[in-house]
Design a protein around this ligand. Sequence first.
Ligand SMILES: C[S@@+](CC[C@H](N)C(=O)[O-])C[C@H]1O[C@@H](n2cnc3c(N)ncnc32)[C@H](O)[C@@H]1O
Length: 213
Amino acid sequence: MMDEQFWHRKWQQGETGFHQANPNPLLTRNLPALGLSPGGRFFLPLCGKTRDIHWLRANGFQVAGVELSPLAVEQLFAELGIAPRISGAGSLQRHEADGLTIFAGDIFALDHDELGHVDAVYDRAALVALPAPTRTLYAAHLLTVTKRAPQLVITFDYDQSRMEGPPFSVNEAEMRAHYEAAYRLICIESKNVDGGLKGICPARETLWLLEPR
Ligand SMILES: C[S@@+](CC[C@H](N)C(=O)[O-])C[C@H]1O[C@@H](n2cnc3c(N)ncnc32)[C@H](O)[C@@H]1O
């Protein structure tokens, strides 16, 4: 398990360069690829305080998320202008509001009963936020906890020797190693990152659709 202190420190020190001011265009452009019914429920692993949650709610979806940092969860609800109901969920804390449930704590401590049914997973900066050994555990856990819900996954592919993660490089071979047994992998969009990753490292960003087999 990657050092939890690493992420707590990032949030405490406001080093949240991964946070985007606007909803991610890969999501907003390609959400229909999932073919979800209106009102469907999304799961956002390692959700931070992403604006994608605001956007999904504005578009009529229910959202569940899990996030290690209580600071991030607090800021998410403050920015949404919502006061959540808070209750215990095993070793996690459930923050609930209309159509929105955020679990504060470790994703590996979340089980299917607590999460409930989800129609799709949206993984932006979650898989790629984790070091290699943890990614394998994460991918397997995600399958269990979501009962193999379809996924949209954003990855970066670059020369890992040129830069340290996060975000880590996750190439197609690795995606297939994690997910091929459970899903058909469809590359929806793939393009070079403008100016390189963190402005230095040539990288490709890919949006994958994972359809349960
Ligand atoms: C790179 S950030 C991405 C956040 C969000 N998905 C976004 O796009 O803005 C990764 C997030 O995962 C959280 N995180 C790291 N390990 C976690 C774990 N084991 N369980 C839950 N959240 C975790 C971190 O606190 C951090 O907010």
